[in-house]
Structures are given as structure tokens and as C-alpha cells.
Design a protein around this ligand. Structure first.
Ligand code: HEC
Ligand code: HEC
Ligand code: HEC
Ligand code: HEC
Ligand code: HEC
Ligand code: HEC
Ligand code: HEC
Ligand code: HEC
Length: 435
């Protein structure tokens, strides 16, 4: 018995030693391995060492002193690692439109799409074929001022010339350049032509000089422009299930994954870029943000886009990485029905004000009568918002910032038209009285 016990004691302490060894060696080793795997899956850009930019490059040597921030940012970009130089984007020959003389060479202060296109032809071509290109610019200025070459590009964009939104152009005139330079242009210059004739501002999404995929893929990048009462896509996204997944789990997503290789392992839920830009599932990467859309949702009354069936296939290829075909089909049927219902309500508002227009009680001048604003808000804010809310998963925007406001504005329009007609009747009858 005593022998047994001491043997057991020996065995027990032997076990303890083994467990001790396990704890001391294997646990840290495991922790190390897990951490290493974690790092390779979640490549945090702040962990990636900046590349040392070559001081024999004259721009680098001098700008290290004058604008160290730019050197620091650029050294973190994958383009710096690929030996793309300051000159590749900035330097131009003498006489190049917009070039300025600078320490023995000529540079562009703001490199244009033409410079990016020397290496990124596809991205530039897709961008030019999208409403982020010239259509965004024409939305403010109209097509009248375009050069012949630009007009030809504009007209070649299948979804480009759709521009019924004259009311909005009217605001551009009405507010004046002192204001619109900071307002409309702050968003719509994404498609402005540059002095060299090339179109658009890639840096609206690829903030200089890091050119970070993580930054471009995050919804906050789109938030600069896709917000507000008339196109609250960011707010809608944030309250959608997709946005909740992003807000609560996004820290662990693989933001720097190689473009064109993204799967649900990298992104368990989509961001704006996943649905509209990234290669994902059966859809390949595109800088044409209209490539997957079926309706002109921004229009007062939405119509189908050219080749909308093909676009739908591409968008649904994204959804179907995470949802079943039956789920997606049902979703599209329901969202189509909502879009048509909003069309009908906007049509009703047009019919409501028609008698006042026929009676000559509405001036031709836009935005000079209270009724103009109510009629505009009904489709431009609430109609759009209800549609966007349905298509991108924000019930609050469908309801309280959408359908409810449409009902309220419709009631107000009916009241306003009734008053206008009554006043003109009174004026008419008193004129007939001769008083
Ligand atoms: C000898 C020093 C020196 C060299 C070499 C140099 N720069 Fe500069 N650069 C400056 C200074 C100084 C400024 C002005 C900074 C300021 O206003 O704070 C400047 C401004 C700029 C600007 C902004 C211009 C503007 O009008 O806003 C750009 C773009 C630029 N440099 C690019 C380059 C590029 C590209 C090269 C290489 C081809 C280069 N620089 C070479 C010193 C230099
Ligand atoms: C991939 C293209 C690209 C490369 C490479 C590049 N830049 Fe730029 N740079 C830009 C763009 C685009 C802008 C304009 C951004 C804007 O105004 O929003 C810019 C703007 C600037 C400005 C003006 C900033 C200001 O606020 O006045 C300076 C200075 C400048 N770059 C210096 C450099 C230097 C130095 C290098 C090399 C270390 C470099 N750039 C490399 C694209 C590039
Ligand atoms: C001289 C050729 C050249 C020019 C000019 C150039 N790029 Fe690049 N760019 C590259 C190369 C090469 C890569 C690939 C880097 C890699 O994947 O390792 C790249 C990668 C990128 C990426 C992806 C970054 C990533 O982490 O995968 C973006 C975004 C980008 N460029 C934007 C621009 C923009 C915007 C401009 C113009 C302002 C521009 N580039 C001008 C050569 C160029
Ligand atoms: C905060 C950014 C922002 C501001 C400021 C802004 N817009 Fe827009 N605008 C957008 C976005 C984003 C869309 C696209 C909405 C969509 O497609 O659903 C748009 C759509 C439009 C459209 C409809 C599309 C088209 O091409 O016909 C017109 C017209 C328009 N804007 C004109 C203007 C005018 C004029 C101003 C200034 C009075 C202005 N916008 C101010 C971001 C902005
Ligand atoms: C509306 C925002 C937006 C604009 C504007 C934009 N990009 Fe991008 N770009 C993105 C996003 C998002 C990605 C990442 C795509 C992905 O997830 O794979 C990207 C990726 C890229 C890449 C890497 C693509 C690849 O397959 O390796 C290049 C290069 C690039 N952009 C160049 C440009 C150029 C050049 C322009 C201007 C003509 C431009 N971008 C304008 C959002 C934008
Ligand atoms: C600098 C402002 C700006 C930024 C940043 C921006 N957009 Fe846009 N976007 C616009 C404007 C302006 C329009 C409307 C152009 C028009 O129809 O006239 C638009 C239109 C669109 C459209 C509708 C295109 C169509 O064919 O009707 C989509 C989709 C879109 N943007 C997606 C995005 C995504 C995704 C991002 C972020 C990765 C983004 N945008 C970033 C300004 C911006
Ligand atoms: C789950 C995928 C998904 C996400 C995430 C998403 N969208 Fe959309 N988006 C859609 C669908 C689907 C439509 C409507 C498509 C149609 O017309 O068939 C749409 C419509 C739009 C439109 C309207 C274009 C028009 O016709 O007026 C814009 C602009 C837009 N999205 C921008 C964004 C922005 C910005 C974000 C992020 C803040 C975002 N989207 C997030 C799927 C998505
Ligand atoms: C990368 C994966 C992914 C993609 C791509 C994706 N979704 Fe989702 N979706 C999710 C997740 C995760 C949820 C939250 C699931 C839940 O309800 O628990 C969700 C939820 C939804 C919901 C709400 C479901 C409910 O229970 O109310 C709708 C509607 C939806 N998605 C539509 C779409 C559409 C339409 C597309 C394509 C335009 C799309 N999704 C693309 C991952 C994805």
C-alpha cells in the first residue's frame, strides 16, 4: 500500500512536470502560431513597414524636408513598394496643360486621370463609362459647355445622357458659384474634366498618398458624398444588417486582400464597395458603379436602365455568395414592387399640382414659390429615400424618412393647390365684379 502510494505520488509529480512543460512550451508556441496566423489573415496596414524611399530621387530628398507628411504616407503605399516614383504621377514635359515649372522640371500639382491611366488603363476606362465620370459633372453644369471630344464620350456612356433632373440644375444657377463651389462641386467634381482633357478625380476615393485598399473599401469613403436627406446611402447602410456586421465585426475583416480574390472568408458581410465595385463571387472588379444596377433610382420616377437584366445578374452574383437564390429573387420582386409604388405616389403629386399649373398659378421660375419646395421634397428627398432604404436594408428610411413624409407632403400639396385655386377664383370673381 505504502509503496503504491509513493508510486502514485511519483506518477502524480511526473504528470505535474509534464503538464508544466506543456504549459511552458506549448501554450506560448500555440499563442505565437495563432498570433502569426492572425497577422497574416488580418493585415493591419499600420503593421506593414513603410518602404524607405530612395533619397537619390530629387523630389524625395527635398520633400522629406518640405512635406515630410507626404513622404511618410507614400512610403506606406504598395505603389512605393513597386517602385512607382513621384515623377511617374507628377512630372510632365514643358508646355503640358496645367504643368508648373518646379526646381528644374515641370510638375502637376494635382496629377490627373491621364497620369494614372498610363498604368491603370482599365480602371480609368471603366470609371469614364460610369456616372462618376462626366455625368456627375454634367449634373451641375449641363452638357452645353462640354468640348466636342467630351460630348462624344458623354454620349457614348449608355447610362450617361439620362438627365431629367433639371430642377437640380436650377438650384446650381440659383445659388450661384460662390456657394456651389463648396456645395455641388464638393461632390460632383468627382467627374470634372482636367486641363489636359482627362476626366475625373481618382483621389476622391484613393486618398493621397497612401492609396490604401482598406480605406477605399470602407463605407466612410463613400460617406463624403452619399449622405444627406436626398441620398442617405451611408446612413441606410449603417442601419442595415450588413452595416451592423461591419460596425461590430469589421475590425477582423481582411481589408487588404488582393483585389479580384475576395471571398466571404475575407468579408463575411458586404460594404458599399463589395456590392458596387469589388470583384466578389461571380462578379469581377469594376470602376463602373452603374454596372450592377437595374433602375434609375435617383430619377423622380424610376425607369429601367439599358441592359438592366445583365446588370442584375452581376449584382445577384454578389448576393448569392451569402444568400440563397430564392431569398434573392423574392427580395428583388418585393423591392421592384416598392419602386413602382413610389413611382405611382410621385405621379399622384404631379397630378395634384397640374390644375394649378394649367390655371397659370405656378411661375416658370423654379424654387420661387413654397409649393415648388414641397413638390420637390416629395420625390427628391422622400421618394428617393424610400427606394434606397428598401434596396439597401434601412427600414427607418423607407418609413419615417420616406413613405410617411410622402403622405405629409401630399396632404400639404392638396391643401396648397386648393388655396391657390380658391385665391384665384376670388381674384377672378372680384375682377368680374369690377371692384
Ligand atoms: C529643392 C527642393 C525641391 C525639389 C527638388 C522638389 N520640390 Fe516640390 N516643392 C518644394 C517646395 C519648397 C514646395 C512648396 C511647399 C509649400 O508651399 O509649403 C514644393 C511644392 C510642390 C508641389 C505643390 C505645388 C503647388 O503649387 O501646390 C508639388 C506637387 C511638388 N512640389 C512636387 C514635386 C515633385 C514631383 C518633385 C520632383 C520632380 C519636386 N517637387 C521636387 C521643394 C522641392
Ligand atoms: C500615384 C500617384 C502619385 C504619386 C506616386 C505621388 N503623388 Fe503627389 N499627389 C498625387 C495626387 C493625386 C495629388 C493631388 C491630391 C489632391 O489634391 O487631393 C498629389 C498632390 C501632391 C502635392 C500637393 C499637396 C498639397 O496639399 O499641396 C505634393 C507636394 C505632392 N503630391 C508630392 C509628392 C511627392 C514628393 C511624391 C513622391 C514621394 C508624390 N507626390 C508621389 C498623386 C501622386
Ligand atoms: C507608373 C505606373 C503607375 C502610375 C502612374 C500609377 N500607378 Fe497605381 N499602381 C501601380 C502599380 C505597379 C501598382 C501595383 C502595386 C502592387 O499591387 O503591389 C499600383 C497599385 C495601385 C492601387 C492598388 C493599391 C493596392 O494596395 O493594391 C491603387 C488604388 C492605385 N494604384 C491607384 C493609382 C492612382 C489613383 C493613380 C493616379 C493618381 C496611380 N495609381 C498611378 C502603378 C502605377
Ligand atoms: C454631399 C454630396 C453632394 C452634393 C453637395 C450635391 N450632390 Fe448631387 N448628387 C450626389 C450624389 C451622391 C448623387 C447620386 C444619387 C444616386 O445616384 O442615387 C447626386 C445626384 C444628383 C443629380 C441626379 C443625377 C443626374 O446626373 O441627373 C443631380 C442633377 C445633381 N445631383 C445635381 C446637384 C447639384 C446641382 C448640386 C448643388 C446644388 C448637388 N447635386 C449637390 C451628391 C451630391
Ligand atoms: C468610387 C470610389 C473609387 C474611385 C472614384 C476610384 N476607385 Fe479605384 N478602387 C476603389 C475600390 C473600392 C477599390 C478596391 C476594389 C476591391 O475591393 O477589389 C479600388 C481599387 C483600385 C485599384 C486596384 C485594382 C486591382 O484590381 O488591383 C486600382 C489600380 C485603382 N482602384 C485605380 C483607380 C483609378 C486609376 C481611378 C480613377 C480613374 C480610381 N481607381 C477611382 C474605389 C474607387
Ligand atoms: C466625391 C464624391 C463621391 C464619392 C467619394 C463617391 N461617390 Fe458615388 N456618386 C457621386 C455622385 C456625384 C454620383 C451621381 C452622379 C450622377 O448620376 O450624376 C454618384 C453615383 C454613384 C452610384 C450610382 C451610379 C449610377 O449609375 O447611377 C453608385 C452606385 C455610387 N456612386 C457608388 C459609390 C461608392 C460605392 C462609393 C465609395 C466606394 C462612392 N460612390 C463614392 C459622388 C461620389
Ligand atoms: C448588399 C449590397 C449593397 C450594399 C452593401 C450597398 N448597396 Fe447600394 N445598392 C444596392 C442595390 C441592390 C441597389 C439597387 C440596384 C438596382 O437598381 O437594381 C443599390 C443602389 C444604390 C445607389 C442608387 C443608384 C441610383 O440608381 O440612383 C447608390 C448611389 C448606391 N447604391 C450607393 C451605395 C453606397 C454609397 C453604399 C454604402 C454606404 C451602398 N450603396 C451599399 C446594393 C448595395
Ligand atoms: C458577404 C456576405 C453577404 C453578401 C454578399 C450579401 N449579404 Fe445580405 N446579409 C449578410 C448577412 C451576414 C446578413 C445578416 C444575416 C442575419 O439576418 O442574421 C444579411 C442580411 C440581409 C438581409 C436582411 C435579412 C433579414 O433577415 O431581414 C437582406 C434583405 C439582404 N441581406 C439582402 C442582400 C442582397 C440583396 C445582397 C446583394 C445585393 C446581399 N444581401 C449580399 C451577408 C451578405
Amino acid at each position: 500500500m505504502a509503496e503504491d502510494r509513493s508510486q502514485q505520488g511519483l506518477l502524480a509529480s511526473f504528470r505535474l512536470v509534464i503538464i508544466g512543460i506543456l504549459v511552458v512550451i506549448i501554450v506560448p508556441a500555440l499563442a505565437f502560431i495563432i498570433a502569426a496566423i492572425g497577422r497574416s489573415i488580418v493585415a493591419d496596414p499600420s503593421d506593414t513597414a513603410p518602404v524607405a524611399l530612395d533619397n537619390s530621387n530629387t523630389c524625395v530628398a527635398c520633400h522629406r524636408k518640405t512635406t515630410p507628411g507626404i513622404i511618410e504616407q507614400y512610403s506606406r503605399s504598395s505603389m512605393a513598394a513597386a517602385n512607382v516614383t513621384c515623377q511617374n504621377c507628377h512630372e510632365v514635359e514643358a508646355g503640358y496643360p496645367g504643368g508648373i515649372a518646379h526646381h528644374g522640371s515641370f510638375v502637376l500639382t494635382v496629377p490627373t486621370t491621364a497620369k494614372c491611366a498610363t498604368c491603370h488603363q482599365n480602371e480609368a476606362a471603366q470609371f469614364n463609362a460610369s456616372r462618376h465620370g462626366l455625368p456627375a459633372y454634367v449634373a451641375m453644369w449641363g452638357a452645353g459647355g462640354l468640348s466636342e471630344a467630351h460630348l462624344a464620350i458623354y454620349e457614348s456612356i449608355p447610362e450617361g445622357s439620362f438627365n431629367p433632373d433639371r430642377m437640380r440644375n436650377a438650384l446650381f444657377e440659383k445659388e450661384g458659384r460662390a456657394i456651389t463651389k463648396f456645395a455641388c462641386s464638393g461632390c460632383h467634381d468627382i467627374g470634372a474634366p482636367a486641363a489636359d482633357g482627362s476626366i475625373g478625380q481618382c483621389q476622391e476615393c484613393h486618398l493621397r498618398h497612401e492609396f490604401s485598399l482598406e480605406q477605399a473599401r470602407k463605407p466612410e469613403t463613400c460617406n463624403h458624398c452619399h449622405i444627406g436627406p436626398d441620398h442617405p446611402q451611408y446612413e441606410i447602410y449603417i442601419e442595415s444588417y450588413h452595416g451592423i456586421a461591419y460596425l461590430t465585426g469589421g475590425d477582423d475583416w481582411n481589408w487588404d486582400a488582393e483585389p479580384g480574390t475576395l471571398t466571404v472568408a475575407d468579408f463575411p458581410a458586404p460594404t458599399c464597395a463589395t456590392c458596387h465595385i469589388s470583384g466578389f463571387g461571380g462578379a469581377s472588379t469594376t470602376h463602373d458603379v452603374g454596372d450592377r444596377l437595374t433602375w434609375y433610382l435617383f430619377a423622380p420616377q424610376s425607369q429601367r436602365r439599358p441592359a438592366w437584366q445583365d446588370n442584375q445578374v452581376r449584382m445577384q452574383a454578389v448576393c448569392s455568395e451569402c444568400h440563397s437564390a430564392a431569398f434573392i429573387d423574392e427580395f428583388y420582386v418585393d423591392a421592384d414592387a416598392l419602386t413602382e409604388e413610389i413611382n405611382r405616389r410621385v405621379q399622384l403629386s404631379n397630378e395634384t399640382i397640374a390644375p394649378a399649373r394649367q390655371a397659370g398659378l405656378l411661375t416658370d421660375e423654379p424654387f420661387d414659390q413654397p409649393i415648388d419646395f414641397v413638390h420637390f421634397d416629395l420625390w427628391h428627398h422622400w421618394g428617393r429615400t424610400a427606394k434606397f432604404g428598401a434596396w439597401m436594408g434601412g427600414p427607418d428610411y423607407v418609413q419615417w424618412h420616406g413613405a410617411y413624409e410622402i403622405l405629409r407632403d401630399q396632404a400639404e400639396l392638396e391643401e396648397m393647390v386648393r388655396e391657390l385655386l380658391e385665391e384665384s377664383d376670388l381674384a377672378g370673381s372680384s375682377a368680374a365684379d369690377g371692384s
